[in-house]
Design a protein around this ligand. Structure first.
Ligand code: ADP
Ligand code: ZN
Length: 736
């Protein structure tokens, strides 16, 4: 027998090997093997088994790394599809369906000695032993009380004797000691069982559709329901339904929403099968990840909860795949393969005949479009379970304060007064700072005009050195204005300058308030996040300032005020999704206010109060926003109406990167078939990241697959300088 092997580091090569006799009964497609390649030993994946081989001198496979194939055929197929669609090397796609901890066999199962009684003991027998050897009797009693095998270390601890005593007992034939595999269980706490709630009418109707789809999957369900409308309850029921049908379930939530509270909510509902729930997230140690993965691989785990990469969890026979917050951009992987886990979920579900539920309070335009066209099945939950009204959203126009309230550009008078009021009443405030300090567009502080590209309707990027404004989608390029093109006011500048100073400003204005900040910088320690949230929950913090981290999923009944310090920061970035993201963010943040008994208020500070995403969010009008945003996307051919690919080049030598980008654009244009638009090679909005210069070339057309083929064809034939790195992003979510 021969095997066709894809080495992990193959540079596109696929190699044939002979399967040694001893391995032939265990090896299969999807097996991981060690193979000799020239002088090295490499890890690889078996992608095909062959009866004959056309080469005369093939080497033997050196080692078979697993007893049962690590990659199931269904997942191998997903990897093939991914390599093709997302334009990445096959070996990269194949590797990505295995966690690193499992892939190279570096981490292995943790073995430990467990001890169990070899036979039963009567009380009188124990008493006799106690006279002769009291410590042995103690040890036996611990095992009798436990009524199950115990880890030797644990049994020793419980009985207060040394482990040697158990060895002696073993010699007497009283107990048996065995090495067994134990799972490093990161969530070892016990959970009390959470009862099922009685569904309300809307949930009943939703559940009916879910059951229909699970019985006979036809199309994905888009579960559109405001925050607090009871979507999670639907997920829990769907999982139970799947388990009852003898199937498994896969739940994906965004990484930052994968908090202990979230996990607890699922684990407590399924307390009856607690150890059969696997949780995969980035805070696990390699060992824990290895164990959780194996729990799934061996079929022990029936429910998997995890972030993006869990879409490749090797659960067999899933009855339902759930993607919570389907609009979240963290479902998109930012290195090759640049897949979107939501889209992979739809693909995987259709291949494995599972139902798929995409849930969100603010569905993406892509999914909404699919629901409108009938490709997805729309299910709504219109009411909050508790019937609470949505908080009042107040838009603070920063344009006027800029004149009569110096310093008001950071914290306006209305917002300051609102915070003051909360402090006096002992209520809490969350201040939301959009993504730190990155801003490249120009905005007029007097009238709110933003410099945009006429062709593409995205903000132009300001390049300080050259004093120019550039569109990174089409390549349009103009002088940066000295005064506002609309109202001639000279106060035209970078959007968002000075927002980092919020904390300082807060301290100055509210010297007695207890203020804490929560962002990626201040939360580098694992426990810092938990500590700060704990302190906030207990009321030991008055004002919490933070980034995306605090935007979702947290329940704080005493928070009655949420402030968005600068909505323009996210709104005027050179990305056609800026409006959609701002709308989602405002909606989500608004959901943070007034979770308890008290009414909530949201303040949004902005220089562009007229922006549709702000106005629609203010009125909690999702569908109004969708309608208007769809129109914009349609007229510029943006997704979901057209497809896009972004090719980013980076390197340390500016001239080389620029030259490569220009050459690439030229070659792409020459090779592009009718209907594909190729942009110029221009600096990326994030022109310099770390020590790299970045340039981009955009591709647009009606089919992502065609864009990927064009990119692959041209890039394969175009040698790049060694120090210029190319990344192809199909269906990019971030254009920076
Ligand atoms: P979502 O996931 O849409 O934000 P949740 O499922 O978290 O909403 O529900 C919000 C709150 O309402 C939770 O505290 C949940 O326990 C509660 N809840 C959900 N469904 C019901 C129900 N049918 N009856 C009573 N409470 C419910
Ligand atoms: Zn343009």
């Amino acid at each position: 027998m021969f095997a066709r092997v894809l080495p992990d580091q193959a540079a596109g090569k696929i190699l044939d090997y002979r399967v040694p006799e001893a391995m032939s009964s265990k090896i299969a497609v999807g097996s991981r093997v060690k193979i000799p390649v020239r002088t090295r030993l490499l890890a690889g994946t078996v992608i095909e088994l062959l009866d004959a081989c056309e080469f005369t001198s093939v080497k033997d496979i050196t080692d078979l790394m697993d007893e049962r194939p690590m990659i199931r055929p269904a997942l191998l197929e997903l990897a093939y599809w991914m390599a093709d669609y997302y334009c990445c090397p096959l070996e990269t796609a194949v590797c990505s369906v295995l966690p690193v901890a499992v892939r190279d066999g570096r981490v292995t199962a943790k073995k430990q000695n467990t001890v169990r009684l070899a036979r039963e003991f009567t009380e009188s027998e124990l008493e006799k032993i106690a006279i002769r050897a009291p410590r042995q009797a103690d040890a036996l009693r611990v095992l009798i009380d436990a009524g199950k095998p115990l880890a030797v270390t644990k049994a020793a601890n419980l009985s207060g004797v040394s482990e040697a005593v158990f060895r002696t007992l073993e010699k007497h034939g009283f107990v048996a000691i065995e090495a067994s595999v134990v799972a490093r269980n990161p969530h070892a706490e016990q959970y009390v069982s959470g009862a099922e709630l009685t569904l309300n009418t809307e949930q009943e109707a939703a559940m009916k559709v879910v059951v229909e789809e699970m019985t006979n999957p036809s199309r994905p369900i888009l579960l559109f329901g405001v925050t607090g409308s009871g979507k999670t309850e639907i997920y829990l029921r769907a999982i139970r339904h799947s388990l009852d049908a003898g199937k498994t379930a896969l739940v994906l939530v965004p990484e930052i929403a994968l908090t202990p509270q979230t996990v607890e909510r699922f684990k407590s509902r399924f307390a009856d099968i607690q150890d059969r729930i696997a949780v995969l997230h980035s805070h696990l140690s390699e060992g824990e990840r290895h164990d959780e993965w194996h729990k799934i691989h061996t079929g022990h785990a029936r429910v998997v909860i995890g972030a993006r990469s869990s879409i490749f969890a090797p659960v067999e026979n899933p009855g339902v795949i759930i993607i919570d917050e389907e609009h979240e951009s963290s479902y998109k992987q930012d290195e090759a393969p640049r897949y979107n886990a939501r889209d992979m979920a739809v693909l995987r579900a259709s291949r494995e005949k599972a139902a798929v539920i995409l849930g969100s309070a603010t569905p993406s335009l892509e999914s909404w479009h699919n629901a409108q066209s009938g490709k997805y099945r729309l299910v709504r939950l219109n009411q909050r379970v508790d019937d609470k009204s949505m908080p009042v959203v107040r838009v603070v126009d920063l344009r006027r304060p800029a004149r009569n309230d110096p310093g008001g550009g950071i914290l306006s008078k209305p917002l300051r007064e609102a915070i003051e009021g909360r402090i006096q009443k002992g209520e809490q405030t969350i201040l939301f700072l959009n993504r730190r300090g990155f801003s490249t567009s120009m905005i007029c502080e007097a009238c709110g005009h933003v410099c945009e590209c006429n062709n593409c309707s995205v903000s132009l990027t300001y390049h300080r050195a050259a004093e120019r404004l550039v569109c990174h989608i089409c390549g349009h390029n103009q002088r940066a204005p000295k005064s506002c093109p609309k109202c001639s006011d000279p106060r035209i500048r970078h959007a968002g300058t000075g927002t980092q100073k919020v904390e300082e400003a807060l301290q100055r204005i509210f010297p007695k308030a207890r203020i804490a900040r929560m962002d990626a910088d201040s939360m580098t320690r694992k426990e810092a996040y938990r500590e700060t949230l704990g302190a906030f929950k207990e009321g030991r913090i008055d004002i919490l300032v933070g980034t995306q981290m605090i935007a979702k999923g947290l329940h704080f009944p005493n928070v009655t005020l949420v402030g968005i310090v600068n909505a323009d920061l996210g709104l005027h970035i050179p990305d056609f999704r800026a409006g959609e993201r701002t709308f989602q963010l405002l909606t989500q943040v608004a959901g943070r206010a007034g979770r308890g008994e008290m009414e909530g208020e949201v303040y949004v500070q902005t220089f562009t109060p007229f922006s549709p995403s702000i106005q629609f969010a203010r009125h909690h009008d999702f569908e109004g926003f969708m309608e208007q945003e769809m129109e914009f996307r349609r007229s510029f051919g943006y997704p979901p109406f057209g497809k896009m690919a972004m090719i980013t080049l980076r390197g340390t030598m500016l001239e080389r990167v620029e030259f490569s980008a220009i050459t690439l654009s030229r070659k792409l244009k020459a090779a592009a078939p009718e209907g594909i638009l190729v942009g110029e090679g221009v600096p990326a909005p994030l022109e310099k990241a770390k020590t790299y210069y970045r340039f981009q070339v955009s591709l647009r057309g009606s089919s992502s697959m065609r864009l990927a083929r064009l990119a692959r064809g041209v890039l394969d034939a175009l040698p790049m300088p060694e120090d210029v790195f190319v990344a192809v992003d199909i269906d990019p979510l971030h254009l920076m």
